[in-house]
Design a protein around this ligand. Structure first.
Ligand code: ZN
Length: 217
């Protein structure tokens, strides 16, 4: 999958994901607000374009939607300050961090790595990117997730525990950023199950609307 933004195209490099970045979601997961961002990864092979069918995964039962703002990194290097961090952002979209909640709970309880619950094939559907302008109001982007036309999640970036600039600084302390890196920035509350036959639609007035159908494995 190539990522396109205006007329430029990017080869996806790494998918960084942030857990626990909205207080209400942390509450619903019965966790504590972390002091530093919780970072995990998905393989780029898990990306799904808008409109593609999503097969219900065979290896779990509770298949949750998590709508998130997704950032596309446009240059390589490390960010030191918030201003600096902004200069790494090429584009922005919304996506789903699809999660097998039953497996994740089991793995978390045992302190085991959770890739099979979060980093499986088709676990990262994303919309089309809109370009980042220096004046894009990052701290006030609204977004929703609808299942069969009903709103299940409502988020706004102003409620993030760690704002996007801070996430970029923290990730780039560990991994030197590359053009084509993606960051899933965490989900607001209202996560819940998807079933075969349902449609999941994510929308943001500033970004666009994207939809997927859940089909049999
Ligand atoms: Zn997530």
């Amino acid at each position: 999958m190539k990522l396109t933004l205006n007329k430029k195209s990017f080869t996806p490099q790494r998918i960084f994901c942030i857990g626990q970045n909205y207080a209400e979601h942390i509450k619903e997961m019965k966790s504590d607000i972390p002091k530093t961002p919780t970072i995990f990864m998905k393989p780029v092979s898990s990306l799904v374009s808008p409109g593609e069918e999503i097969r219900f995964p065979k290896h779990g039962q509770v298949f949750h939607h998590e709508v998130e703002i997704v950032v596309l990194i446009g240059k390589d290097g490390r960010a030191k300050t918030a201003e600096d961090a902004k200069s790494f952002i090429a584009g922005i979209t919304i996506g789903l961090d699809l999660t097998l909640r039953d497996l994740q709970k089991n793995l978390k309880d045992k302190g085991l790595p959770w890739e099979i619950s979060k980093s499986f094939d088709q676990s990262a559907p994303i919309g089309k990117f809109v370009s980042y302008l220096p004046l894009f109001p990052f701290d006030d982007i609204q977004f929703t997730c609808m299942v069969n036309g009903q709103v299940h999640q409502r988020g706004n970036t102003k409620d993030m525990v760690f704002p996007i600039e801070r996430l970029i600084i923290e990730i780039s302390r560990i991994w030197k950023l590359l053009p084509g890196d993606l960051i899933f920035t965490g989900t607001p509350s209202g996560v819940g199950p998807l079933q075969v036959g349902e449609s999941v639609k994510i929308a943001s007035p500033q970004i666009g609307t994207f939809e997927w159908q859940i089909v049999k494995p």
